[in-house]
Structures are given as C-alpha cells and as structure tokens.
Design a protein around this ligand. Structure first.
Ligand code: ATP
Length: 329
C-alpha cells in the first residue's frame, strides 16, 4: 500500500542576515503509513517544525520531494495546495494563539467544515457537537469563547478542528508542551485513541521523549536539520545506535532511578546552521568521534543489517559507536 506521506531528500533554507543562508533541513527522507505515528525528536533548532510545515505545504521546500498519497505536492502552487488542507491538518503547540478569540467554540470546530465542505449550517452544527464529544468536551462549551476554556480544553478544540474533515495526515507540533503536566496525559490518551479510530498518519513533533515514546511507532532523531537515526520506537529507546541519540535518551529519565547516574551531558560547540562543517555535523560534540568523522559525511545505513533501524554514524561499522560511560552504566 502506498504510504500516506513519502518524503525524499527534503531541503529547506531560510535567508539570514548579511545575505547568508540558514540550512534548516538538509536532505531528510522518511515515510508515514496510514495509522502510523512518526515521532520527530531533536533539540531546539534541529528542523522539526520546519519539516512539519514543509510536508503539509505551509512552507515551500527548496529541494527533494514530498509525496502525499502518491502525489508529488512539492512544487504545487499555493492555490492548488488549498484543497489539500482538508486532508492534511496541523495542531500547534499554543492553542491560545491558534484560535480566534472572537469566535465561539462551536463555530471554531465547525470552521473547517465551512471551508472545505458544502454541508449546510445545521449539519455543520450537528457535526461540531459530535466532534466535541469525540474529543471529550461537553457540548455546553460550544457557546463559549476561547477565553472561557482551559489550555487543555482549547487543545481539544484544536484537535477537534484538525479531525473535522477526516484528514489522512495530521502533523502535531509539540501539542502538549504548553499544557500543565496534569492535562498532558489526557491529551495523549485522546491522540492515541484518535490514531486508532481515524487511521490517519500522524507526525508527532516533541522535545519530550517520554511523550514521544508513548505515542510513536517509529522515531526520527534529527540533528542540525539531518536525520541521525530512524527506527521503530522501542528500538531507539532500547538500543540507540547514534551517539547523539544515546545522549538524548540518557537525558530522558525512565522509571529506573539509577539512570540519572548514566546521563550523558554533551559538551562542545553546536555548529551554526549558517555555516555547517564538512563531515558529520555532530562530530564537534561527539564523545566517540575520530578524525575521519570530520571529513566524511555519514549516510543513514542499516544498523547491523537491520533495514528497519538506520543510523548515520561511521563508527557503527567498527562497533565503536557507544558512548563509554553509558555502556558501562
Ligand atoms: N522563518 C525563518 N527564518 C529564518 N530562519 C528560520 C525560520 N524558521 C526556522 N528557522 C531556522 O531554521 C532552523 C530550524 O528551525 P525549526 O524551528 O524548524 O527547529 P525546531 O527543531 O522545530 O526547533 P524548536 O524545537 O525550537 O521549535 C533553526 O536554525 C531556525 O532558527
């Protein structure tokens, strides 16, 4: 079956001061199948949001290819992208700024139906009620304004809007990061339910590895706009192959309290995305880098012959990719 989303060699650059260029996304490739959630992780500035926006064509890619349901949408003009919006939706981090404060909740939920369907007003309202219940909001909230709802309730409104037109792809950009810890779990539970019910492909962008672990089937680890590891979620958490993934995972505190002793804090300078060095972009911070790493840019390759688990590190072939203090715990 054709994946819902196929991305090959995606490139995105932004102009920076002094006529320079920010290399935000550098040759990123991945696929997402129907019903599958891809978790996208990496530190701030690694290109997560840019990739999310480029695949649903809120941004125009500078290179590579984005295929949605088998159709190349990379260079579609804006007017041709508009009809696609009903099939590709995005949920943003901050529900307060995503919703017009002067529109009632019921109309906000029904808005995508107004924009993308020919349903009459009565049916749109019925459907808004149904959607509100589906995201576990009481229908009495439909007559209220955004300022009268909590952050968690507003994010549920955003999710209701995102699923209103039965999209095939939903990009969730840090959907729980702005919410109190106590409401995050409820939103994640809702997303997991919707994933199963809707069969939509989801791209889940987050800093929070615990959250990503709960919801993702596969994980893509980014560093300076490039993919350093791409694998089934359980594998990335159990056996991260790339030294950057190892450091990232070690910073995530699992239930084991002794894990804090095995944290690896990265040292060294992060190169500027304006002036990327040759070779591996992680080499300046990598505890296991050798001079060759600074000369040759590693490609994503199967880890120990497993094509489902790929990592971009020259040292894997020699079995020298483990950060020593993590190895010995
Ligand atoms: N509109 C823009 N103009 C110039 N540079 C940009 C623009 N948007 C993003 N960038 C740059 O592109 C790079 C990737 O940014 P992006 O926001 O995609 O990263 P991110 O991983 O989502 O970060 P965060 O977790 O902080 O949201 C960064 O260096 C950022 O400064």
């Amino acid at each position: 079956m054709t994946p819902v989303l196929e991305v090959e060699g995606l490139e995105k650059r932004f102009p920076a001061q002094g006529g320079r260029t920010v290399h935000a996304v550098n040759g990123v490739s991945f696929t997402i199948n129907a019903g599958e959630t891809l978790g996208v992780v990496g530190e701030s500035g690694s290109g997560k949001s840019t990739i999310g926006r480029a695949v649903i064509r809120l941004l125009k890619p500078d290179g590579g290819q984005v295929r949605f349901q088998g159709r190349d949408i990379t260079r579609l003009p804006e007017s041709a992208c508009r009809p696609l919006r009903s099939e590709m939706q995005m949920v943003f981090q901050d529900p307060w700024s995503a919703l017009n404060p002067r529109i009632r909740i019921g109309d906000l939920i029904a808005e995508p139906l107004l924009l993308h369907t020919k349903l009459p007003r009565g049916e749109r309202q019925d459907r808004a009620e149904h959607l509100a219940r589906r995201v576990r909001l009481t229908t009495e909230l439909l007559t209220r304004y955004p300022s009268e709802l909590s952050g968690g309730q507003l994010q549920r409104v955003c999710i209701a809007r995102a699923i209103a037109t039965n999209p095939k792809l939903i990009v969730l950009d840090e959907p729980t990061s702005s919410l109190d810890l106590s409401v995050r779990a409820g939103i994640l539970e809702l997303l997991a339910e919707l994933k199963a019910e809707t069969g939509a492909a989801m791209m889940f962008i987050s800093h929070d590895l615990g959250t990503v672990k709960l919801i993702s089937d596969r994980i893509m680890v980014l560093y300076l706009g490039g993919v350093v590891e791409y694998a089934p979620a359980a594998q990335v958490f159990a056996e991260p192959a790339h030294p950057y993934s190892q450091a990232l995972m070690s910073a995530h505190l699992p239930a084991d309290p002794m894990a804090v002793l095995r944290r690896h804090v990265l040292e060294g300078e992060v190169p500027s995305p304006i002036n990327l060095p040759p070779g591996c972009h992680f080499a300046s911070r990598c505890p296991v880098a050798v001079p060759d790493c600074r000369r040759h840019a590693p490609e994503l390759r199967p880890v120990h012959g497993d094509t489902a688990h790929q990592a971009a590190c020259l040292r894997i072939a020699e079995g020298a990719n483990r950060i020593p203090e993590l190895q010995h715990g």
